[in-house]
Write a protein that binds this ligand. Structure first.
Ligand code: NDP
Length: 246
């Protein structure tokens, strides 16, 4: 389904990003594994990709760093010749009620989740336009769609990702480039593991399908959006959340 394509997945060392990288490789893409702090885990992901017979590269870069994103993308374009699929997955939370939320924590979440998405798209823009084809898939969140108490920073960043996605979809449609967002619900990763059992149970009771999602649930949607099968879909926010946002 994705043979001959090159994908760059940000935050691919763990969780949903890891699963996206492996799933895209499973469908035939060569996959660049970006990470920030988890080098060993990123290298393990790359080994699994190689074992599937796909090309890969492991590249450290904080997506919050504009210049570093530029270097990563320039280097990877030189190495692979083209990047067809950009998955903006890297993300963080720093949850707190507004009364306790520091300016630092607000900025950190916006810088990684929203500005980080801008940083990679900005540096990919010229190459994508020249190629006259491409896919950009941004990870939003049910929190960005519905809002969530204690997540003003995160929710704002993920709602921002939706606005960025829709604007880019309109801007790039004439170049045969689609831009979509996936909005996961509650997915079983490190990001959600720190919650108490009672919080988890309360969340599950709000999920119509009555279970948490798995990274694979998200990765398959990303792979579909990256494929030719989704050629006529752009500017959409696809909720993969067990029905949370109904
Ligand atoms: P995890 O915390 O499990 O993993 C986060 C990943 O992002 C890691 O690979 C981490 O890399 C990377 N990352 C964090 N900061 C940076 C940075 N500055 N630059 C590059 N990479 C970075 O998160 P999930 O897998 O759960 O989440 C993935 C995406 O899905 C996020 O955008 C998140 O907001 C979104 N999402 C998740 C939901 C969930 O329930 N889990 C729900 C809705 C949305 P490293 O370890 O190398 O630093």
């Amino acid at each position: 389904m994705l043979e001959g394509k090159v994908a760059l997945v940000t935050g691919a060392s763990r969780g949903i990003g890891r699963e996206i990288a492996l799933t895209l490789a499973g469908y035939g893409a060569d996959v660049i594994v970006n990470f920030n702090g988890s080098e060993d885990k990123a290298k393990r992901v790359a080994k699994e990709i190689e074992a599937m017979g796909r090309k890969t590269a492991v590249v450290q870069c904080s997506v919050a760093d504009y210049e570093a994103c530029g270097k990563m993308i320039t280097d990877m374009l030189a190495r692979f010749g083209h990047i067809d699929i950009l998955v903006n997955n890297a993300g963080i939370t720093k949850d707190n009620l507004m009364i306790k939320m520091s300016e630092e924590d607000f900025d950190a979440v916006i810088d990684t989740n929203l500005k980080g998405t801008f940083n990679t798209i900005k540096h990919m823009y010229r190459a994508l336009i020249k190629q006259r084809s491409g896919r950009i898939i941004n990870l939003s969140s049910v929190s960005g769609v519905l809002g969530n108490p204690g997540q003003a920073n995160y929710s704002a960043s993920k709602a921002g990702v939706i606005g960025l996605t829709k604007s880019m979809a309109r801007e790039l449609a004439g170049r045969n480039i689609t831009v979509n967002a996936v909005a996961p619900g509650y997915i079983d990763t490190d990001m959600t593991q720190s919650m108490s059992n009672s919080t988890k149970e309360a969340i599950i009771s709000q999920i119509p399908l009555k279970r948490v999602g798995q990274p694979k649930d998200i990765a398959e949607m990303v792979a579909f959006l990256a494929s030719d099968k989704a050629a006529y879909i752009t500017g959409q926010v696809i909720s993969v959340d067990g029905g949370m946002a109904i």
